[in-house]
Design a binder for this molecule. Sequence first.
Ligand code: EPU
Length: 428
Amino acid sequence: MEKLKIAGGYPLKGTVRISGAKNSAVALIPATILAESPVTIEGLPNISDVEILKDLLEEIGGKVAMTDEEMTVDPSTMISMPLPNGKVKKLRASYYLMGAMLGRFKKAVIGLPGGCHLGPRPIDQHIKGFEALGAQITNEQGAIYLRADELRGARIYLDVVSVGATINIMLAAVRAKGRTIIENAAKEPEIIDVATLLTNMGAKIKGAGTDVIRIDGVDTLHGCRHTIIPDRIEAGTYMIIGAAVGKGILVDNVIPQHLESLIAKLREMGVRIETSDDQVFVDGSVNLKAVDIKTLVYPGFPTDLQQPFTTLLTKASGSAVVTDTIYGARFKHIDELRRMNANIKVEGRSAIINGPIQLQGAKVKASDLRAGAALVIAGLLAEGITEVTGLDHIDRGYSNLVEKLNGLGATVWREALTKDELEHLKNT
Ligand code: EPU
């Protein structure tokens, strides 16, 4: 196990290239199960979630070839092997195996998913959707058993706007008989990306990106080649880094329209931002103004950028309120930021940040992926050395983080944990 060491206080500048979207990748890879011939996905990020999903596809008999950022999956030899335990528990998105395997084989056994601990993360809407399509579902010893004699299109109204449920129902419905209508669907760009792949595979989907999605089931799907969209959350993280410690950072391979809420908030703080077709230039400022944010479903401010943004607010003048309406307990990073001298308190679903404060380097632990990003940004802003443990979380979602940061002039490196540190981590 390793820790990340960050020597803070250096201004960063230059160009950083954004990788393919994690939250698309984790759905696109399971989606390949639905085809009968090889599917190639280009531009995948170098993250552990991709590796784990590759292994899971191989466990069910798929042939997977991976070169650099490209994965080719031959799903023709796959079988509906039960996956009640093991690697499925390592990531949240293993729930997409339910929709994809149900769609292809009409049966699946999948262990309840793991992933970041952000408070309760139910999957009742996924289950409601599968049941509406005709599946019988039981929960036995921590694994979900799904079975259907036949999947039939249905009208499904989501009680909660859910990215995962929208995609999962799409996966199960593309090979169902007849028409499925998902109402109150989520509108995130990753949903459009998955719908694009499925359409290239021969599916009939209309309305992805709006709150009503219509799917006309087809008998079979075929292979194709697909290029993933850029990761808007990784891009947003580097934009926040640009605002925090940047002396001109060009974020390359980004769709600026995906980040309008962040761009608006950064401008409100006094950050200079220029956008072009697929790049965003961010110039930090010494005089940042505090702004309030409230996370909302897309196109509102993304919950996944709430934690990194909170770190930026420690540098801003005044009092700011950050409210997370999606995950009301996504505040595990706050205690760690306090260790670094931040003046923040949590009240219910909100964090109140008083700044500006000079953060100080400290030993901190990432409790989840975006908490990790928040602590890395804190380390870049802090005086002295910051040591971040819990890198398994960060490695799940940030492609080549050390290389990208050092490419911008940061001094960041990984070091093996000492025996004492390993022991301490086990006990905390
Ligand atoms: N919800 C339910 N029932 C459900 C599903 C969701 O009540 O059946 C609730 C959740 O508890 C949450 C809200 O609905 O309060 C939204 O959850 P959603 O289903 O949209 O989240 P998700 O699909 O599990 C994805 C991303 C998350 C991101 C959220 C919100 C993936 C693999 N994960 O999760 O990404 O925070 O959407 O945008 O796509 C991350 O990247 O760090 C991350 C956690």
